[in-house]
Design a protein around this ligand. Structure first.
Ligand SMILES: [Zn+2]
Length: 124
């Protein structure tokens, strides 16, 4: 049982590595990627993958397959640790608009792309 758990964990970290590699391939310029929310340049070894639509959103949807959609490349965006933490399991629009009001995020036009280059959100 413990062995199975271990294998599952190893598989997950391998998948995360592959997803980060894809993000780097698509977005890395001069060793840096940009946080999708605050646009801070992050060294390519120092970024997180944020679930654009929160995992909780998929968990409450019916059907078993739905949950896996949360981890699809088209629901993952490059994020700094801080944005990822503040956003937590909120919807992206809510996070962006409230963070703008608080001055945490810059008030400027924003286009958010997933790690596989799908346009997810465009805000003026
Ligand atoms: Zn950020």
């Amino acid at each position: 049982m413990a062995n199975k758990k271990h294998r599952k964990k190893a598989l997950k970290s391998r998948q995360v590595k592959q997803k980060k590699k894809l993000a780097i391939e698509n977005y890395c310029i001069d060793d840096h990627v940009l946080c999708a929310y605050c646009l801070t340049p992050l060294h390519f070894t120092k970024f997180t993958l944020d679930h654009f639509l929160p995992k909780a959103f998929f968990n409450c949807s019916p059907g078993h397959g739905e949950r896996r959609l949360a981890h699809h490349n088209n629901n993952l965006v490059i994020s700094c640790e801080l944005c990822n933490e503040i956003k937590s399991d909120r919807q992206p629009e809510e996070f962006i608009l409230t963070s703008r009001k608080k001055g945490i995020l810059p008030d400027q036009p924003l286009q958010i792309y997933s790690i596989d280059k799908t346009l997810l959100l465009s805000i003026e």
